[in-house]
Design a protein around this ligand. Sequence first.
Ligand code: PLP
Length: 493
Amino acid sequence: LNAEEFRRLGHQMVDWIANYWARLESFPVRSQVAPGEVAAKLPLHAPEEGLGGGEGWDAVFRDLDAVVLPGITHWQSPSFFAYFPANASGPAVLGELLSAGLGVQGMLWSTSPAATELETRVLDWLAELMALPQAFRSTSGTGGGVIQGTASEATLVAMVAARARVRRQRPGDAPLVAYASTQAHSSVLKAAMLCGVARDASDTLHVRMVETDASYAMNPEALQRALGEDLAAGRQPFFVCASLGTTSSGAFDPLGPVSRAMGDTGVSAAGGWLHVDAAWAGAALLCPEYREPATGLEAVDSFAFNPHKWLLTNFDCNAFYTRDRSALLDALSVTPEYLRNAASASGAVIDYRDWQVPLGRRFRALKLWFVLRHYGAKGLRAYIREHVRLAGLFEDWVRQDTRFELAAPRALSLVCFRLAPRPGEAPSETDARNRALLERLNASGSAFLTHTVLPGVGGASARYVLRMAIGAPSTEERHVRACWEALQRLAET
Ligand code: PLP
């Protein structure tokens, strides 16, 4: 494309996106295609002749509507309440476009100083807005923030740093053990598999899944017992992942008691690492009134959350903070001759390649910068608060309808609920009715919710539960109400 053609097509593509956003409500939220349906519309082989910059591109725009859109599940739809949100926004998309246009690869400070220095500053802004401990800011000299692709990568990076630190402080070959609650995200187990700590997904010896309490938060006494048992058996606890906002129900592990369990057993003194996975709920720390679950963050080694979930910054963008950047460098820094340069040798700059798994890195700070500048802290707080308010309304409606029940305490903008058991109904029958309700709602296209299974409390059996996760940028009260009314209508039948 020459510059003029790029300009014309670029305008056309931005128009297409703006029109798509304007039409979001007209699509079935969950894609309705069958497996293979999209592929069947695509040629089997790549084209030999290119399009050129002319009218040929009309065919591409036609294909967007005919081939791509039917196979899209509309994550930006105001009636998308599934999983956790994956926000996009105008400012973020413009940042993404600019990042692609600049085409910068920011592995080293010297490969584009702006990419590094803007990232450092924007993450310091965010840390300040969220009242994260001073030790997590670049100004501490020993800690700082970095953008990872995903929360899974953040956990992996924390785990390899932990392994390096514990092996340095406790040399030897005692088997290393990692800990997370039974409700922690599967990425903790995957990180352990990648680290070679767990051999496979069924390896329960080297990743201990710690039991949770009635609100699905980690039980710190159970953690302390597990740490003690492993130490007594000659194993070395090296990594604990606490969740702020578990994936299933949004539970908050108690950071203070968890870090005390690590301190009391001598695990912290041996270099043991406490990582906090706040992938979704972390964004709420922008609002002072939602910070209570972060009490105890001062004792944590690393903390990560995804602006790409609930902070208007399109995928991918994970904000990872650590108080011990030297542990990351110990674990991840390898310097071949071809990467050597005067700025790195001076020690005066950050080379973010040493803080992550890949070498290369995109200029992702641009989109976060645009989001922070466009909305300002006030706008972002209002955004989070509105979703929490809507979830509170939904929670009230569930409480008032005796056919339904809440399945866990509401966490911010996540409500876990289900059709209540009928008198004498077997648990499997209640589950089946809930499964059918969810499938019928999703098949209607009017809204999209997903489910989880929560363990039974006090001897009760596990329950199939529906999750109402509010957080799409365009969701208004009328969308939440329409979804609730659809659920009520389906409950009647
Ligand atoms: N951790 C938690 C608590 C999550 O809820 C999720 C995803 O929903 C993840 C980690 C994984 O996020 P990512 O896709 O950024 O790796």
